[in-house]
Design a protein around this ligand. Structure first.
Ligand code: GUN
Length: 295
């Protein structure tokens, strides 16, 4: 068997076309232009490229987008003051602080300082709490993108054995939660594995849907999955540099080996990454609608 490729690039393109229409309508009918601010502290190359992609996508959709880049030694107080400024700016509907932050800054404190109504990342405790309760909230972008990708590819989740590898706040914990919820795209039996899991392969071999979000290149090998599994690879690992200077990327799963056994698999790049960015746009449009009484 050779797996169907679950192209995030293609699915994201469809959703972006839908959003472009929605943004144009907001402007024409209500004179509302969604506004997004991204804040990057430091010069981490991966973070730089994510933030640049987020701004470029926002602009292409007709969203007002501002990118703020601060030096790596920016102190916590200054960062909190900047967030507060955008909390009070009516033209800004969404605020995103790119993670990870430098060690001297308290990440939780910064995320807590973002107005929950502008928290388009879905990382504020109010949004996390509402997500767990299944209430209306901003869903975190990567888990939201995974749900859309599964749903739009017609993957059945109800009753499926979903095995997630990685327990981060950004991916593992929220996707585990969303997939077990009693709703469309949920109703799965979820196993969440992590660095202390005793026999990882025992669990991954049982998966109907396997979600890898560990940040270690090709750690999930061909012998760790069963025939017919659907694999979502969240890993974007830089494993070298091409002559052109461009980073060579690899996912958390051994794509070449697993595609021979899987029913479907996301590529890296071009899988989950474009979906994450697109869900940020969706949340920003949602935030603009909420701020203007249109939701
Ligand atoms: N770092 C890695 N993924 C993300 C994300 O989805 N949002 C933010 N703010 N930082 C990240």
């Amino acid at each position: 068997m050779s797996a169907k490729i679950l192209s995030g690039t293609e699915t994201a393109k469809t959703i972006r076309e839908e959003l472009t229409v929605e943004v144009a309508e907001l402007k024409d009918k209500h004179n509302v232009v969604p506004g997004l601010v991204t804040i990057l502290v430091g010069e981490d190359p991966a973070s730089q490229s994510y933030v640049t992609a987020k701004n470029k996508t926002a602009k292409a959709l007709g969203i007002n987008s501002e990118q703020v880049t601060l030096p790596v030694d920016t102190n916590e107080e200054d960062l909190l003051a900047l967030v507060e400024k955008y909390n009070n700016d009516a033209a800004v509907n969404g605020i995103l602080v790119q993670l990870p932050l430098p060690k001297h800054v308290n990440e939780a404190k910064v995320l807590d300082s973002i107005d929950p109504n502008k928290d388009v990342d879905g990382f504020h405790p109010v949004n996390v709490g509402n997500m767990v309760l299944g209430e209306k909230c901003f869903l975190p972008c990567t888990p939201h993108g995974i749900l859309e990708l599964l749903q739009r590819s017609g993957t059945e989740t109800s009753g499926a054995e979903v095995v997630i590898v990685g327990r981060s706040n950004i991916v593992g914990k929220p996707i585990a939660n969303l997939m077990l919820q009693k709703r469309e795209g949920g109703n799965a039996t979820v196993t969440l594995c992590h660095t202390r899991t005793k026999d990882l392969a025992f669990h991954t071999k049982r998966a109907d849907i396997l979600i890898a979000a560990v940040g270690v290149p090709k750690v999930i090998t061909g012998d760790m999955v069963k025939e017919g599994v659907v694999v979502i690879d969240v890993g974007v690992n830089r494993i070298g540099k091409a002559e052109s200077g461009k980073a060579i990327l690899a996912g958390d799963v051994d794509f070449d080996a697993i595609k021979e056994k899987a029913a479907a698999i996301t590529p890296v790049p071009g899988g989950v990454g474009p979906m994450t960015i697109t869900m940020l746009m969706k949340n920003t449009v949602q935030a603009a609608k909420m701020a203007n009484g249109l939701l």
